[in-house]
Write a protein that binds this ligand. Structure first.
Ligand code: NAD
Length: 450
């Protein structure tokens, strides 16, 4: 049984710890947040992730997974330590590495055996070398160690499945033996393993996230053009996605990306590029298009309602995406603030993230217990997060309980023709063909016919 320690039990660390223990390793998971560890010892999850609670419970019961706040306990017998602490955006857009620094110093001061230090946090290119320097400087006596970069690609909401069936495992190190040892740990996952140098591994993570964010901003720009020209972006994306050179993923037009990764990672990559003298026109455009989506939702609502002063609007969904409680940089935060600023009263319902949202969202947003009580007396509803449970609501009941049956579908989860049949004033994003720009579609057809 190998012994692994995991530093930081957030979305990445807790999934990493639970999954590696499920693969038969002995895992000690550490966090500086005493409340988190106290809760975990009692079986209380600090985050919502489907399947995680059962996985943790099973491996704790089997004696393979334990939690601690003590670095010396965590490192006493460890061969591997995964750093999974947060790397939020700093003031200027650069990644803030204070948690990585503190984790590296604590590891250095408490290690008692040779150790492979594996960095899973998303960190700027060059951080692996920097971490190695910190450990060397902070060690009380010289003990062998190697630093390996192993960027994490999981997605919240499907994190366990992503971890257990990765598309690839990327490992970067100046120490090939250490990289091979970490590759051995990942062998049961049967994924392709890319072994490269530290900086390249770190860059693979940023380039991957920036590319996916670019796909989202690209399709959102296409959505706006579709809307004006009378095309339906959902069908355009489907038609594009069948081409394997393009791929169907990350082509959902709507309110743009949010969460704890894409916004900060695109910004950090643009910052790194600029530091090296490369002004990134593409990344700057990706960020601008994405930021504008939030105001686009507010403007669309204003247009649909003919002004929002004194109007009541219900938000369906708050989390930045379905199947997570994560509210970090969720579009709902800016959208709710924009609607309230324009004079509307805002209510919201989210299946999971309402407790979490209270810290981030405008304090005047009232939380409702379900979608039906949310809709009662509302002048409009706005779909912010595409939770599955919103896809099959009793829309007739919802329409009857609303003051005005206006529905802005920010994630294109409904079929426009059906919703209109139900008597809603409906608008999606970029759905010119079935949606608001139906008339202009006729004009385009005539223009083509001429
Ligand atoms: P998180 O904020 O959910 O968790 C970080 C944890 O680290 C917290 O529990 C915090 O208390 C703990 N921590 C901070 N400093 C510590 C220290 N010195 N010692 C021990 N614990 C400490 O963060 P996350 O979402 O899990 O992200 C972690 C890293 O993984 C980030 O770099 C992120 O960019 C990257 N990542 C995240 C995701 C995702 O979907 N969340 C996906 C891929 C990569």
């Amino acid at each position: 049984m190998r012994q692994i320690s995991v530093v930081g039990v957030g979305y990445v660390g807790l999934v990493t710890a639970a999954c590696f223990s499920d693969l038969g390793n002995r895992v000690l998971a550490l966090d500086v947040d005493k409340e988190r560890i106290k809760g975990l010892k009692k079986g209380v999850m600090p985050i919502y992730e489907p399947g995680l609670e059962e996985l943790v419970e099973r491996n704790v019961a089997a004696g393979r997974l334990e939690f601690t706040t003590s670095y010396s306990e965590a490192l006493a017998e460890a061969e591997f330590v995964f750093i999974c602490v947060g790397t939020p955006s700093g003031v200027d857009g650069a990644a803030d590495l204070k948690y990585v620094r503190s984790a590296a110093e604590s590891i250095a001061k408490n290690m008692s055996n040779p150790l492979v230090v594996i960095n899973k946090s998303t960190v700027p290119v060059g951080t692996g070398d920097w971490v190695a320097g910190i450990i060397e400087d902070a060690q009380a006596k010289s003990i062998d160690f190697a630093v390996v970069s192993c960027p994490e690609f999981l997605q919240e909401g499907s994190a366990i499945a992503n971890f257990m069936n990765p598309h690839r495992t990327v490992l970067g190190s100046t120490d090939r033996d250490a990289a091979d040892k970490v590759a051995q740990l990942h062998l049961p996952l049967r994924s392709p393993i890319v072994i490269t140098n530290l900086r390249t591994a770190e860059m693979i993570k940023y380039a991957s996230n920036a590319f996916l964010a670019t796909k989202i901003s690209f399709i959102n720009e296409i959505a706006d053009v579709c809307e004006s020209l009378g095309a339906d972006v959902k069908e355009v994306a489907a038609g594009m996605g069948y081409d394997p050179r393009i791929g169907a993923h990350f082509l959902g037009a709507g309110l743009g990306y949010g969460g704890s990764c894409f916004p900060k990672d695109v910004e950090a990559l643009a910052y790194m590029a600029e530091e090296m003298g490369h002004e990134s026109d593409i990344l700057n455009a990706v960020m601008k298009v994405n930021n504008d989506r939030r105001q686009m939702a507010v403007d669309k609502m204003d247009e649909l309602m003919g002004g929002m002063k004194g109007k009541r609007i219900g938000l369906l969904g708050l989390a930045f995406k379905p199947n997570t409680d994560d509210m970090r940089d969720a579009p709902s935060i800016d959208i709710a603030a924009g609607l309230i600023k324009a004079g509307a009263t805002v209510r919201a319902y989210d299946p999971i993230s309402m407790e979490e949202a209270k810290e981030d969202i405008h304090p005047d947003v009232e939380m409702m217990p379900d979608p039906y009580s949310l809709a009662e007396g509302m002048d409009a509803l706005l779909v912010v997060t595409e939770w599955n449970e919103f896809k099959n609501l009793d829309l007739e009941r919802i329409r009857n309980s609303m003051n005005e049956p206006i529905l802005l579908d920010g994630r294109n989860i409904y079929e426009p023709a059906r919703i209109k049949e139900l008597g809603f004033r409906y608008r999606g994003v970029g759905r010119g063909y079935h949606g608001a720009a139906e008339e202009s579609q006729g004009e385009v057809l005539r223009a083509h016919a001429n």
